[in-house]
Design a binder for this molecule. Structure first.
Ligand code: DGL
Length: 258
């Protein structure tokens, strides 16, 4: 299967998939040539993501594609599905499970700038969290912090605190009890966020739900000849080698450039 994101965020989803399907062959693609997605326009992402996934499917011929990126999915999931002839599992903000567990009925959605402004999120709120106050905060900084962490570079508690403040300083946030990590990069730094949080929160992301869906779609699939353990980058960046050990810990031991 092909697991796709703009960067390392999709590894948080891959970890959940591996828990359910430890032996499934995986090609992980990070579109570092297009990173970051969260500060791009809808038009840029609609032009880039379906075309790139088309090339990747042609090259690697996967049984299944997992778009492990909220930004790409809230903008371009239907366009991607229209051009690919394989099943596509998407990632959308986990508003539904968050609304199911929030007691205070005040929920935070932490995503990229592009994700939190999408009508897709308005629709999720209208459908599943109509009785909740839903506060949103878009953070490009937190994406970069996750990228730095996986490269083994230092990050500081103040940087995480500043991101959280963007959500918690909004009116009504004093009653907030649940935070949706609506970018796949963010579960990678959940411990760091929790460590600077002023009180305990429920942290909710989509990883486990996606893995369940993937496992269901993969029932009975014969993985014949699919490459595995491969990390594909769309641009030959010299700093990719800082990711070698992180990639290794997710079972990705070969790195290639598309
Ligand atoms: N990991 C991505 C997401 O889930 C986007 C990060 C970025 O490139 O800005 O939204």
């Amino acid at each position: 299967m092909l697991v796709f994101d703009s960067g390392v965020g999709g590894l948080s989803v891959l970890a959940e998939i591996r828990r359910k399907l430890p032996d499934a062959p995986v090609v992980y693609c990070a579109d570092n040539g297009g990173f970051p997605y969260g500060t791009k326009t809808e038009a840029e992402l609609s032009a880039r993501v379906p075309a790139l996934l088309g090339r990747l499917v042609e090259r690697f011929d996967p049984e299944l594609v997992v778009i492990a990126c909220n930004t790409a999915c809230t903008i371009a999931l239907s366009q991607v599905r229209a051009v690919l002839n394989v099943p596509v599992v998407g990632t959308v903000p986990a508003v539904k499970p968050a609304a199911a567990i929030s007691k205070s009925r005040v929920i935070g959605v932490l995503g990229t700038n592009a994700t939190v402004r999408q009508a897709y999120v308005d629709n999720l709120v209208a459908e599943f969290a109509r009785d909740c106050l839903v506060l949103r905060h878009g953070s490009a900084e937190l994406v970069v912090l996750a990228e730095r962490k996986l490269r083994g570079q230092p990050t500081s508690p103040e940087e995480y605190r500043a991101v959280l403040d963007g959500l918690l300083s909004q009116p009504g946030a004093e009653r907030l009890d649940t935070i949706v990590l609506a970018c796949t990069h963010f579960p990678l730094v959940k411990d760091e966020l929790a460590a600077v949080a002023p009180r305990p929160f429920n942290w909710v992301d989509s990883g486990e739900g996606i893995a369940r869906r993937v496992a269901h779609l993969c029932e009975g699939v014969e993985w014949e000849g699919e490459p595995s353990g491969l990390a594909v980058f769309t641009r030959a960046d010299e700093d990719v080698h800082f990711l070698t050990s992180a990639l290794h810990s997710y079972g990705l031991d070969r790195v290639v450039t598309l």
